[in-house]
Design a protein around this ligand. Structure first.
Ligand code: G3P
Length: 215
């Protein structure tokens, strides 16, 4: 499973990439706004750090405008993937962009049939938001499982990015189901590393090593 980081915070991105296991990045307008910096400045810095797909979201609502905006974003760097919302206009734009060879990450996907449409229009990625479904008492992971079945049934190439991840259990379930990608907030990446028994084990080994003579 590929691991993307879901953030626009440059310090987090730098810290996470040190681990050597970040395959790409996803952002959205909320994450960008949180940084209080200019959009292009953030994007420039991300492009210098991340060697993999970089999802940037288009904020237009009409297909024509989405296409124009996406073309502009795609020109920034060859790694740029344009996030387009799963709307009627978004589908129209995605079809056109896919024909132009621009990679689309169809975002805000909450049903398996939306994901089917996303794949049919040629989206390179689909982003089911599982945390937001869990928030309203729908099992987000059921959605991922259904999308995987549909894509397997018809051999769609669209990759599934499990998004809106809130905790390590979400990452575990995504991996068990066989999702292509999990996009994970920095905090959750840190949680994935940690285990109290590892810490206790390291501490005990170091203590015992002190007792060894002539090291
Ligand atoms: O990748 C989409 C993600 O950023 C949304 O997360 O926590 O706002 O539902 P959240």
């Amino acid at each position: 499973m590929k691991l993307f980081i879901d953030t626009a915070n440059i310090d987090e991105i730098k810290e996470a990439t040190k681990l050597g296991l970040i395959d790409g990045i996803t952002t959205n307008p909320t994450l960008i706004a949180r940084e209080g910096k200019e959009f292009m400045q953030i994007v420039k810095e991300i492009c210098e750090i991340i060697d993999g797909p970089i999802s940037l979201e288009a904020v237009s609502t009409k297909s024509k405008d989405m296409i124009k905006e996406a073309q502009g974003l795609a020109k920034i760097h060859s790694n740029v993937v344009v996030k387009i919302p799963m709307t009627r206009e978004g589908l129209i734009a995605t079809r056109q962009l896919a024909m132009e060879g621009i990679h689309v990450n169809m975002t805000l996907v909450f049903s398996p049939t939306q994901a089917l449409l996303a794949a049919k229009t040629g989206a390179a990625y689909v982003s089911p938001f599982i945390g937001r479904l869990d928030d309203i008492s729908h099992c987000g992971m059921d959605l991922v499982e259904q999308i995987l079945t549909i894509y397997d049934n018809y051999d769609f190439d669209t990759e599934i990015i499990v998004a809106s991840i809130r905790n390590p259990l979400h990452v575990l379930e995504a991996a068990l189901i066989g999702a292509d990608i999990a996009t994970v907030p920095f905090k959750v990446i840190e949680q994935l590393i940690k285990h109290p028994l590892t810490d206790i084990g390291v501490e005990r080994f170091l203590k015992d090593w002190e007792k060894v003579e002539n090291k």
